[in-house]
Design a protein around this ligand. Structure first.
Ligand code: AMP
Length: 280
């Protein structure tokens, strides 16, 4: 695996791969890699000849009171994992490489960026779209791989790619979970043993919604009420939001007659976790 930190080296490596007729797959990450990230790498390896991964903890997608400074950084272990997956290129830039002094250009998907996490984390998604647009310019991938775990992010990236005609296919891969249902997340390392147990209420809530939906309930308000009750059964967990929305526009759905995304965010101790489920 070639490890590079500059835009110039990355462009040269990708150009050489493309000149050799290879299709380029790209997996953007913030590192602290787990099996969820690796599932994206494997999907990329299965579909593309040349796979590039980025590790960049993007400061512009963190709010002022969020966990940027303490976000887990495990670069050496990440490299080992990517080498054993036979990744071709790792792009791990510095903040200065990605944001030259005086950088002032933003990419914003208006409206959709204020929904779900965008509502709770103002400015988060414009940080995401700005950095992903820049990474797409640098890596020029044929296909880019994102996780359904961050369903709103996936929808917003798809909107950006469509609106700005980026020549890249977006593939969204299923959520990887622990055997007890907890969705894998780099932030799970923040959880104490007790919190780890409490955090299971997120996936339990989603499963209960799915059960009621399978039994015929189609009214979002009633499903959300049921979900709130399950979440409240875990008193240490503080609900941020639970919503049922259109998976592409992220707009609320009152009656479920089409595919719907049930998305939940909650604080377990000081750790904010998200999870979601697609109905239909
Ligand atoms: P992050 O490093 O948290 O920015 O995540 C990088 C990519 O991995 C994003 O596209 C995430 O949606 C994806 N991802 C994170 N956790 C999971 C998971 N448990 N299952 C599938 N994909 C995931």
């Amino acid at each position: 695996m070639k490890i590079v930190s500059t835009i110039a080296e990355t462009r040269a490596a990708v150009r050489a791969a493309k000149a050799a007729g290879k299709t380029v797959g790209f997996v953007p990450t913030m590192g602290a890699l787990h099996a969820g990230h690796i599932s994206l790498v494997r999907a990329a390896k299965a579909r593309c000849d040349y796979v590039a991964v980025s590790i960049f903890v993007n400061p512009t997608q963190f709010g002022p009171s969020e966990d940027l400074a303490r976000y887990p950084r495990t670069f050496d272990a990440d490299c080992e994992k990517l080498i054993s997956e036979k990744v071709n290129l790792l792009f791990a830039p510095s903040v200065e490489e990605m944001y030259p002094a005086g950088a002032s250009t933003l990419v914003i998907a208006e409206g959709i960026s204020e929904r779900l996490d965008g509502h709770s984390r103002p400015g988060h998604f414009r940080g995401v779209t700005t950095v992903v647009a820049k990474l797409f310019h640098i890596l020029d991938p044929n296909v880019a791989f994102f996780g359904q775990k961050d369903a709103a992010q996936a929808a917003i990236i798809q909107r950006m790619v469509r609106d700005l005609a980026f020549p890249v296919d977006i593939v969204v891969c299923p959520i990887v979970r622990e055997s007890d249902g907890l969705a894998l997340s780099s932030r799970n390392v923040y959880l104490s043993a007790a919190e780890r147990k409490q955090a299971l209420v997120l996936s339990r809530t989603l499963r209960e919604v799915e059960t009621r939906w399978r039994a015929g309930e189609r009214d979002s308000a009633r499903l959300i009420e049921i979900a709130r009750r399950v979440l409240l059964s875990e008193p240490e967990v503080r609900l941020d939001y639970i919503e049922i929305v259109d998976p592409a526009s992220l707009e609320a759905i009152a009656n479920i007659s089409q595919p719907a995304l049930v998305a939940v965010a909650a604080f377990v101790g000081s750790t904010r976790l998200i999870d979601n489920l697609l109905l239909g």
